[in-house]
Design a protein around this ligand. Structure first.
Ligand code: FES
Ligand code: FES
Length: 161
């Protein structure tokens, strides 16, 4: 066991976990943050994507001990961060996914939304090709990707009233 000090969604968490545990295991089984999904658990699906210092990262391939001191954002952190910044309701990217009906089972959505957040943070007006490339590591097995891409376009436009 090792005591980890993690910065998750703006809070500091101190948690004891086995040395070999991944960030995904610590998030889900120690911190109760189950929004990050355990899909393939081997780097193929993107369902476990979180942001580490703003960069989309596969939590299933990241040892928790290697991300101490870094800022970790999970899907649970988006609404609090949005409201702390003075916003109302849900995060605009989440809102756009809702408005475009960009989901069926929803299992892939946390990873998709976090990848989209990272893209829009560095490129507020991405082309369709840039959106497709940014989400290429996030697999969805139950929708076409059309509405997912539309959601990112809508979020970029900011026309979410
Ligand atoms: S669960 Fe991490 S890539 Fe599939
Ligand atoms: S909505 Fe089901 S996997 Fe994407």
């Amino acid at each position: 066991m090792r005591v980890l000090r993690l910065h998750v969604n703006g809070d500091c968490a101190e948690v004891a976990a086995p040395e070999h545990w991944t960030l995904l295991e610590v998030l889900r089984y120690k911190l109760g943050l189950t929004g990050s999904k355990q899909g393939c658990d081997k780097g193929d699906c993107g369902a476990c994507t979180v942001l580490i210092d703003g960069v989309p990262t596969l939590a299933c391939l990241s040892l928790a001990a290697t991300v101490e001191g870094k800022q970790i954002t999970t899907i649970e952190g988006l609404v609090p961060a949005h409201r702390a910044a003075g916003g109302e309701g849900v995060d605009p990217v989440q809102n756009a996914f809702d408005k475009t009906g960009a989901l069926q089972c929803g299992f892939c959505q946390p990873g998709m939304i976090l990848s989209a957040k990272a893209l829009l943070a560095k490129n507020p007006n991405p082309s369709l090709k840039e959106i497709q490339e940014s989400l290429a590591g996030n697999l969805c097995r139950c929708t076409g990707y059309t509405q997912i891409y539309e959601a990112v376009v809508l979020a970029a436009k900011g026309d979410l009233a």
